[in-house]
Design a protein around this ligand. Structure first.
Ligand SMILES: *[C@@H]1O[C@H](CO)[C@@H](O)[C@H](O)[C@H]1NC(C)=O
Ligand SMILES: *[C@@H]1O[C@H](CO)[C@@H](O)[C@H](O)[C@H]1NC(C)=O
Ligand SMILES: *[C@@H]1O[C@H](CO)[C@@H](O)[C@H](O)[C@H]1NC(C)=O
Length: 795
């Protein structure tokens, strides 16, 4: 059916062109035929004989020839009927391509006469070709950055047909982004262009697959399609985007090097290099921070590279940047906050500031000694701490603030007990495990003179043998002072005192440095048996402290006195005569020898022995009593004068003795009583020295008493009289005025009451205690008046 329709069309055209050709042939001497392409072989083109009005029989006679440009390929003439027909199928597109007019010129040549006719056969187009695309699919690359409206020329579809039969319309499969703009050129070619209607976004759609359809204008229409593959080329239009606006990380301050803190991550919607990211720290960060952390440029891992110290910096803020590799590159920033968490890595630090180098031992409780500053550079519990010192010391801590402590005394101190303290001060923080620090605080106690020197005993007994040699040391006292240095330097002295009216210093001296006591004189037990002095020890502190001890000097007796026979008194070795009645019987007490010994004890224990007698059998002497008694009755034959030699000896070692001769007269009529009276009288005549002294002392005392009474009366009577004298001269036994300690300025006028007469007091005499050369022998102290300086030299 289709073919018949085509044939009809061809027939119609042929007809039309024959008419036309005929007319033209007439006009131009030309014949022109037209025939559709693709006609079957033998298809009629034109009747040349008829059109050229040639006689059919003449054709062969006139050697009719068809000379066509195609070399007789497509057409042939039937010489029998002069019809030009298709010899071979004609493809117009092959023959003429896209030329708008496709003709095959030919010549008809006749001879006899020669006649040449020119003509041509126009090949008419038939829509026998569909539009075709040479390249399918058509690959296109478009940057996503191009703006809508831009045209992309497309390769036109090819349709060898011409005119209406060639490509007339392009269409594209429905889509949002692209449309086809077709334009017909002046040569009748339609050029198609792809127009972008809407911005592309690779990130939304990175590729399009479209179908381009080209349709010709023939009847029936023919069309061809091609695929358009559009790849959207990425444009670096997307910045990298971090997962978080702010990254927060924690890291312990003791984290080792290389510890991963956190990872930053950014994504870029672009692709390829545009999506390849490099992480860096912002250049604004300080160099120290840059050294402390590293950032892996590809992985975005932030790692610790240095050592952290919470106490120095407890948080870090970093700016990280992610930059893609597009061109131009786009960068994005994000902030990373890294918090350092505290680890108890700092022990408390103790700083001690001494207020005083030494604290006096009398410092009252509460005295400040040392300021202590404790710091723990950790925070929180790790930075809190407890401070402590031992309880058993006289110090305590006072906290003046959280970090400041004061070491103060809590009790009275005593250097003599503890002179120096080493106070361990311990500070321990509350972290876990807790760290501690300690410091030893040295507290030196300085001495205060709070201890008096102490003697080893409160009293000492010193035994000194009489007749000692003066100048020798007899004892040493020692007092210790528990203080130190000057406060402990002890010096010794005697507390002044009179011993038998003489100052102590005349008896003894003491080495003030070491307490050695020296005796200055030779003692006589018979005069001074003991005395007491007080020794004072005094330190060199300010003010000084002192204490004293009693020293009892006990003088020991020596047998240095021979017995002294008191009665019967002896004159030139023999006593006066005793008498005994002849009638006296055995045991009659003739006389009693009284002897004394100035020594004491055994040295004074006397015993009596008869060493020689006229008649040793007549008398005997009581060994202990000294009584001389008759040993038997006196006989008439006995001599009337008897002499006995009695030895009185003491019990000393060696013993001393005296001898007395006793003369006894044997009387015939004498009474006992007379004898006794005589004895008594005789006894009273022989005063001992002791008795003499006693009498003198008694006399002096009485005289003094009298004078005092007189003076008192005088003062009372003369109250108005200004008597400035506080010293009254006294005379003893009419001798010169003896006075000790009398000062020269006391040499003043005395006004005796009642007399109204001024009396000049005698010039004072100075008496010194002198040891006479004989004293070594006699052991007596002699007082010598030293009234003149010259005589003083003798003393
Ligand atoms: C001292 O320490 C006590 C107990 O430890 C505390 O209560 C007081 O607040 C502290 N004082 C000062 C000034 O820090
Ligand atoms: C005090 O510190 C020393 C080292 O400085 C240490 O050996 C001692 O154990 C510490 N004492 C106390 C009680 O912590
Ligand atoms: C005391 O000092 C004197 C003089 O320096 C010395 O002779 C004596 O031996 C000392 N006595 C004592 C007990 O040291």
């Amino acid at each position: 059916m289709a073919n018949s329709a085509v044939d009809n069309a061809i027939a119609f055209s042929r007809f039309a062109f024959i008419i036309l050709g005929y007319i033209r042939g007439l006009i131009y001497g030309h014949i022109r035929y037209s025939v559709s392409e693709e006609m079957d072989i033998g298809a009629f083109i034109g009747n040349i004989a008829e059109d050229l009005r040639l006689n059919l029989p003449q054709l062969s006679d006139r050697k009719f020839r068809l000379n066509s440009d195609d070399g007789g390929r497509y057409m042939k003439v039937n010489l029998d009927n002069g019809i030009l027909s298709v010899r071979e199928r004609i493809d117009r597109e092959l023959l003429c391509g896209q030329a708008a007019m496709c003709t095959i010129p030919f010549e008809i040549i006749l001879e006899n006469p020669l006649a040449v006719y020119r003509g041509e056969v126009e090949i008419l187009d038939v829509n026998d070709n569909s539009p075709t695309f040479r390249d399918s699919p058509i690959a296109l690359q478009m940057s996503e950055a191009i703006t809508p409206g831009v045209h992309f020329p497309l390769e036109s579809a090819e349709d060898p047909d011409i005119g209406l039969n060639t490509v007339a319309v392009y269409a594209i499969s429905s889509n949002e982004y692209f449309s086809i703009k077709a334009q017909k050129t002046e040569y009748g070619v339609v050029n198609a262009e792809l127009q972008l209607d809407k911005p592309l976004d690779r990130e939304m759609q990175s590729a399009f697959q479209l179908v381009l359809t080209a349709t010709d204008g023939g009847i029936p229409q023919k069309s061809g399609t091609a695929q358009i593959l559009i790849t959207v080329v990425d444009f670096n239009d997307n910045p990298p985007i971090f997962d978080h606006e702010i990254y927060k990380g924690n890291i312990r301050e003791d984290a080792p090097q290389g510890t991963l803190v956190l990872t930053v991550k950014a994504t870029d919607l672009d692709e390829g290099l545009n999506a390849e990211l490099t992480y860096t720290f912002s250049k604004l960060a300080s160099p120290t921070v840059l050294e402390l952390f590293s950032l892996d440029p590809q992985l975005g891992e932030i790692r610790l590279e240095g050592e952290l110290d919470y106490e120095e910096v407890n948080s870090y803020s970093l700016n990280v940047q992610a930059m893609d590799h597009g061109s131009p590159a786009i960068a994005t920033r994000s902030t990373v906050l890294i918090k350092v968490t505290d680890v108890n890595d700092n022990p408390p630090e103790i700083k001690v500031t001494s207020v005083t180098s030494k604290i006096p031992e009398n410092a009252p409780p509460g005295t400040l000694i040392t300021l202590i500053n404790v710091i723990d550079r950790d925070s929180g519990e790790n930075g809190q701490f407890h401070c402590d010192i031992p309880k058993n010391i006289p110090f305590r801590l006072r906290n003046s603030s959280k970090n400041h402590f004061e070491l103060i005394t809590s009790k009275m101190l005593d250097r003599e007990v503890v002179a120096e303290y080493k106070v361990p001060f311990l500070a321990r923080d509350l972290g876990s495990p807790s760290l501690s620090a300690n410091e030893t605080i040295q507290v030196v106690i300085s001495d205060v003179n709070d201890n008096a020197p102490r003697f080893g005993a409160s009293s000492y007994n010193i035994y000194v043998m009489e007749n000692n040699s003066p100048g020798s040391s007899i004892f040493a006292v020692t007092a210790k002072d528990r203080d130190m240095d000057q406060n402990s330097y002890v010096s010794y002295s005697f507390v002044e005192n009179l011993i038998q009216n003489f100052p102590v210093s005349s008896y003894l001296s003491i080495n003030s440095m070491n307490g050695t006591i020296y005796v200055l004189r030779s003692f006589d037990y018979e005069k001074l048996k003991n005395f007491q002095i007080r020794v004072q020890a005094r330190d060199a502190g300010v003010p000084p402290l002192s204490s004293s001890a009693t020293v009892n000097v006990i003088i020991l007796d020596q047998n240095d006195n021979a017995p002294v026979i008191v009665s019967p008194s002896e004159q030139s070795g023999s006593s006066e005569e005793e008498s005994v009645p002849q009638s006296a019987g055995q045991g009659y007490l003739v006389t009693k020898i009284i002897a004394t010994d100035a020594d004491s004890g055994q040295n004074a224990r006397l015993s009596y022995h008869m060493v020689k007698a006229t008649d040793p059998s007549l008398f005997k002497v009581g060994q202990n009593s000294g009584e001389i008694r008759t040993a038997r009755n006196i006989l008439a034959s006995d001599a009337t004068r008897q002499t006995l030699f009695i030895l009185v000896k003491d019990n000393g070692q060696p013993s001393l003795s005296s001898t007395v001769a006793i003369h006894i007269a044997v009387l015939e009529n004498i009474t006992e009583k007379v004898t006794e009276t005589g004895n008594v009288l005789r006894n009273s005549e022989h005063f001992t020295d002791l008795n003499l002294y006693l009498i003198i002392i008694f006399g002096c005392t009485s005289f003094l008493f009298l004078v005092i009474i007189l003076l008192l009366i005088g003062i009372k009577c003369r109250q108005n009289t200004n008597i400035s004298q506080d010293y009254i001269s006294s005379s003893c036994c009419g001798g010169p005025n003896y006075s000790f300690n009398r000062r020269p300025e006391m040499d003043e006028t005395l006004r005796y009451p009642g007399t109204g007469r001024m009396m000049r007091a005698p010039v004072a005499h100075h008496y010194s205690v002198c040891l006479s050369p004989e004293s070594a022998k006699s052991d007596f102290l002699f007082l010598k008046p030293c009234s003149a300086p010259a005589s003083q030299a003798n003393c």
